[in-house]
Design a binder for this molecule. Structure first.
Ligand code: SF4
Length: 177
């Protein structure tokens, strides 16, 4: 049985569904996801997991054991920008196919402050907060603009105190509230 909700899709960052992708994963890194995941699962919308560019760079072993690094590091890391470009292209193609087949992409979620998946801001030690996207989201945004897709990209934070606003934004898109 289909209804209008079941044709709705949200693309989510790799670590929302798979928290072990976060750098230096430990139990405390589970907590931030709960409210957003609860809401998304209850909403009935389909979730498409985007790749985690950091964990997929070079080998999976290297990615899983990587150390925390800022955006300057990733910008200079040979091959990383191209890697993000290739992954972003793959996601853009998925979006195209979903839309061709009658599915509605309601939103893409990124993770604020991530050098790779941030949407609006990245915190860097010694520099502070910069208003910019991460390397993967920025490439994805370029592909979407080139293809003429207008899809909201919402940055979610890993701090529960900010999430009410972010959930309200997602809710507005899914349910028109
Ligand atoms: S924010 Fe992006 S790069 Fe970082 S762990 Fe999550 S999916 Fe991977």
């Amino acid at each position: 049985m289909t209804n209008c909700i079941s044709r709705k899709v949200i693309l989510v960052p790799g670590c929302l569904l798979c928290p072990i992708y976060q750098v230096g994963y430990n139990e405390s890194k589970l907590n931030w996801r709960k409210e957003i995941l609860d809401y998304l699962c209850m909403s009935g919308v389909s979730l498409v997991q985007m790749p985690c560019p950091e964990v997929m760079f070079k080998t999976y072993d290297v990615g899983l054991s990587r150390k925390p690094h800022g955006v300057r590091y990733y910008e200079k890391l040979p091959g990383f920008k191209d890697h993000c470009k290739v992954l972003a292209h793959g996601v853009a193609k998925q979006i195209e196919a979903l839309q061709r087949n009658g599915y509605v992409i309601e939103a893409i979620l990124g993770i604020e402050n991530s050098p790779t998946c941030a949407v609006n801001k990245i915190f860097t030690y010694g520099i502070g907060t910069e208003k910019r996207s991460g390397l993967f989201i920025s490439e994805l945004n370029n592909y979407l603009m080139e293809s003429g897709f207008v899809i909201p990209i919402i940055g979610i934070t890993r701090q529960k105190k900010n999430q009410k606003k972010e959930i309200a934004q997602i809710m507005e898109l899914i349910e028109g509230l």
